[in-house]
Design a protein around this ligand. Structure first.
Ligand code: ZN
Length: 202
């Protein structure tokens, strides 16, 4: 038997679909929703419906777009279309956009390679990326996959498949966070910071 009356139990189960939401948190959310005014609850429900209806994937970079056509970045003439920054998820595009000064475009892979989870290049947008590079209009590909084993594997794989096209590829250097103290950095972070060091005057 369910712990709560049916409508509450139903909403609890819906909240549990979200990452990081366990049974307790889901129950808290369900009861908080119950406390919303009718108008607020309707707006909440409508926002969920709208996100599915109004958010599309850009057919070029696979980032999120408000229309079914190319996204704002891909269609902007202020962006340098000869540079592609490859990221794992649409959220990463927003993070990278906070880096002032980057004027290139993006390519969202939709995840990273993982032999354990059976994620192969066919599950990602790799062939579309190769297609973009194969046009010959791309000079540089910056691989900004996450500093995780999956992100590293993906970066190495991409560098290999893009090599025949004579495009410059680089991997984002990960290191000590700004404002961080090397005393507290773990070994992997320090190693990467050392590896990604830049020479003065370059
Ligand atoms: Zn796009």
């Amino acid at each position: 038997m369910a712990e709560y009356i049916a409508p509450i139990q139903r909403l609890i189960e819906e909240f549990r679909r979200l990452p990081g939401v366990g049974a307790k948190t889901a129950a808290r959310y369900a009861f908080a929703t119950l406390d919303l005014s009718d108008e607020a609850a309707a707006e909440f429900a409508e926002a969920i419906i709208a996100i599915k209806r109004e958010v599309h994937k850009c057919p070029i970079c696979f980032s999120l777009s408000e229309s079914a056509d190319a996204c704002e970045i891909c269609s902007s003439d202020k962006r340098d279309r000869s540079v592609i920054c490859v990221v794992e998820n649409p959220k990463d595009v927003m993070v990278m956009e906070r880096v002032r000064g980057y004027r290139g475009t993006y390519h969202v892979l939709g995840g990273s390679l993982s032999p354990i989870d059976n994620v192969t290049p066919d599950d990602l947008t790799v062939s579309a990326l190769v297609g973009r590079v194969a046009t010959g209009e791309i000079d540089e590909v910056i691989i900004a996959t996450n500093p995780t084993p999956g992100g590293d594997t993906t970066a190495a794989y991409l560098a290999r498949v893009l090599e025949p096209y004579g495009v410059r590829t680089s991997r984002l250097a990960y290191g000590i966070p700004v404002g961080g103290d090397i005393e507290y950095a773990d070994e992997v972070t320090l190693y990467r910071a050392m590896e990604g060091r830049r020479y003065f005057g370059e």
